[in-house]
Design a protein around this ligand. Structure first.
Ligand code: ADP
Length: 428
């Protein structure tokens, strides 16, 4: 029996054996029967689950289809002029299309000439359908923020300087002590107190690339795609190092595994693997994350080698509030603002709350000017009036944290919060 016949028999008997289709396709290609080879590879691909074999088949499929294109370019394109009515075979990520016109012509041609015609006159219509995986891409933030833009948080800046920024500038020293530059830092605290802002500023200080990542950049309804997205994000950061990956609201990604579905558990496992960089080198890739609810973050993520540094970002103190008022009022049409008075009236206001006070005061003054026609600058009274409309947003968080500190701080993870709560106990 000739080899071709034998291989055909083999695939007939084992219609799901992609390896068989691969060998049959190769044999057909050896006999220059390109179109049949393409069809055989296509069938092989549709039942192939082995990644390496899949790549081999795609490689051979591409070669065979190129041969068809070459042959066709030499021949007259007389048969095909209508691509509208296409019949398609799905081949993995590609669709191989044979038009109705081609099919009709093939049906009326005697067998002997058919082979020749197929080769000479058919233009296979390959269409590549994009998968969704690569579309979700994180963007590098080019806006430069430095520590000078962040008011207060002096202790935090000192810690970040010592543990994060100086390693970036003293790589030689760290290499000598076999200490990796990079790692994971988890910032936690009430919303609006500058976690994202300080992460951005850290990247600015290190002159590293800053990639903010949100859960929506990762999550995908198709099984396995979220994990691929997450891996792609880490790969990008490793490729463009030094870089800082910043995961906002990391509790939504790394939610305690006991509370999650298997789909989310897969994401956490990928997160752990990527952070540890088992198969890869995470040197000079710093992973920063922020959460308002650190107690919801899976404890596996808080172990050494992962987010092993938990840093509390507290509401700004009085001195910091003065600075935030100054920063937010900078460049606006203002008159002798008493920022010390404003700071004394805004205990437990977050940085975002203060930004909001300034916005509301500005809107009120603009409205007044538009109604009266008399232009005037923003003054302290405008800001005092605006802040009376608002409540400090951090208090709710601090009260919730109080319970966690009381009942779930055995390992001392929340000692900083405990200290803060003790200092302000009579107000909370
Ligand atoms: P978080 O990530 O903690 O929820 P953000 O970092 O997003 O809060 O802060 C929200 C906004 O509040 C920032 O964009 C910034 O304008 C302002 N802000 C917060 N904290 C500070 C700060 N310490 N210095 C200057 N601006 C701040």
């Amino acid at each position: 029996m000739d080899k071709l016949k034998w291989l055909r028999q083999m695939v007939d008997q084992n219609p799901n054996d992609s390896q068989g289709y691969f060998w049959l396709g190769k044999e057909l290609a050896d006999h220059h029967r390109w179109l049949e080879a393409v069809q055989t590879y296509s069938t092989g691909l549709s039942c192939c689950s082995d990644e390496a074999l899949r790549n081999d088949i795609i490689h051979e499929l591409t070669k065979a289809s190129l041969q068809i294109q070459h042959t066709t370019m030499d021949a007259s394109p007389s048969i095909i002029d209508n691509n509208d009515m296409a019949e398609s075979a799905i081949v993995g990520d590609c669709i191989v299309t044979v038009t109705d016109m081609e099919q009709d012509n093939l049906d009326v041609i005697p067998d002997m000439q058919l082979e020749n015609l197929k080769i000479k006159n058919l233009v296979p219509n390959f269409k590549v359908i994009d998968g969704d995986a690569s579309k979700k891409n994180i963007k590098k933030i080019n806006e430069k923020v430095t520590f000078a833009d962040v008011a207060g948080l002096d202790d935090l800046k000192k810690t970040i300087n010592l543990r994060i920024i100086s390693p970036f500038y003293n790589k030689g020293l760290f290499a000598k002590f076999r200490k990796k530059v990079g790692g994971g830092v988890l910032l936690y605290g009430p919303p609006g107190c500058g976690k994202t802002y300080i992460a951005k500023a850290t990247a600015g200080e290190c002159k590293a690339n800053f990639y903010p990542v949100h859960i929506t950049d990762i999550l995908d309804p198709y099984i396995g795609v979220s994990e691929q997205n997450l891996k792609a994000i880490f790969d990008k950061a490793r490729f463009q190092k030094p870089s800082i990956l910043f995961f906002d609201e990391v509790d939504t990604i790394g939610m305690s595994r006991s509370q999650t579905t298997s789909h989310v558990r897969g994401i956490i496992d990928t997160f752990l693997t990527e952070m540890e960089g088992v198969d890869t080198n995470n040197d000079e890739v710093l992973v920063m994350a922020a959460t308002n609810t650190p107690w919801d973050v899976d404890s596996a993520l808080k172990r050494p080698g992962r987010f092993d540094r938990l840093i509390f970002v507290a509401p700004p103190d009085e001195k910091a509030r003065v600075q935030i008022f100054n920063l937010k009022l900078k460049g606006r049409f203002v008159e002798n603002i008493d920022t010390t008075l404003l700071a004394s009236k805004t205990q437990f206001f977050s940085g975002a709350d203060i930004a909001n006070v300034v916005e509301i005061a500005t809107e009120n003054v603009l409205e007044e000017i538009l109604l009266s026609g008399n232009e005037r600058p923003i003054n302290t009274d405008d800001l005092v009036m605006a802040l009376q409309e608002l409540q400090p947003s951090t208090l709710d968080w601090l009260r919730t944290a109080k319970n966690y500190v009381k009942y779930a701080n055995q390992s001392g993870l929340y000692n900083d919060v405990e200290k803060y709560l003790r200092t302000y106990a009579r107000y909370i």
